[in-house]
Design a protein around this ligand. Structure first.
Ligand SMILES: Nc1nc2c(ncn2[C@@H]2O[C@H](COP(=O)(O)OP(=O)(O)O)[C@@H](O)[C@H]2O)c(=O)[nH]1
Ligand SMILES: [Mg+2]
Length: 190
């Protein structure tokens, strides 16, 4: 059994806790899921013939420069940056987290960006071209909706496969971000 620590970073209210809840329970939680500065959930995934225990660190820090945040990163195998598509400033927050994280852990650490709340498409402040631009320097984007469930399993499965060396993000990058919430289309590329 492999053990992998995955840190989930992003501005407050983007849906970090909801993503984990949806992934683990297959449900949307309407309520704001209050959590302490770091909450850890565990789950076991099968990747081909291997089993991987994921430790999902739901990190509630707004401050990319805080010492607490840096401590939580220790030993991470992958990072998920979460952005709320309806709030542009949450993309900027994610970028700051990414800069600081890569300064600490190096840029080779497997990472994806989750653009959440795709069910609120009409309210989005983030355009497909902004997503492509954010992605162009080697980080992969997936659109999700915790409310509807789309993209969530894809995102966690993808980052797990990348950590296990089963999928290179470069392969997945050939799929335009706008179609990545269609689970089957992504799976068929693996
Ligand atoms: N419409 C919609 N609301 C969402 C989605 N994901 C989370 N939310 C809501 O956004 C708010 C913040 O979510 P939460 O998971 O607590 O954010 P966190 O602070 O990043 O952990 C809550 O009211 C959630 O119900 C989504 O995909 N669609
Ligand atoms: Mg939370």
């Amino acid at each position: 059994m492999y053990n992998k620590k995955v840190c989930i970073l992003g501005a407050s209210g983007v849906g970090k806790s909801s993503l984990i809840y949806r992934f683990l329970n297959g449900k949307f939680s309407e309520a704001y899921l209050a959590n302490a500065s770091a909450k850890i959930d565990k789950t076991v995934l099968a990747v081909d013939r291997d089993k991987v225990q994921l430790m999902l660190w739901d990190i509630q820090s707004e401050d990319h420069a805080s010492r607490g945040f840096l401590n939580y990163l220790k030993g991470a195998s992958a990072i998920i940056y979460v952005i709320d598509g309806t709030r542009l400033e949450t993309l900027h927050t994610a970028m700051k987290f990414r800069q600081e994280t890569e300064r600490q852990l190096g840029s080779a650490i497997p990472s994806i960006m989750i653009f959440n709340k795709s069910d609120l498409a009409k309210q989005w402040e983030i355009s497909p071209s902004m997503i492509s631009e954010a992605e162009s320097d080697g980080i992969f984007a997936i659109l999700t909706s915790c409310r509807e469930g789309s993209g969530v399993n894809t995102a966690f499965n993808l980052i797990t496969r990348v950590m296990m060396g089963k999928t290179a993000l470069i392969t997945a990058l050939s799929i335009p971000p706008s179609t990545r919430d269609a689970e089957t289309r992504i799976q068929s590329r693996f």
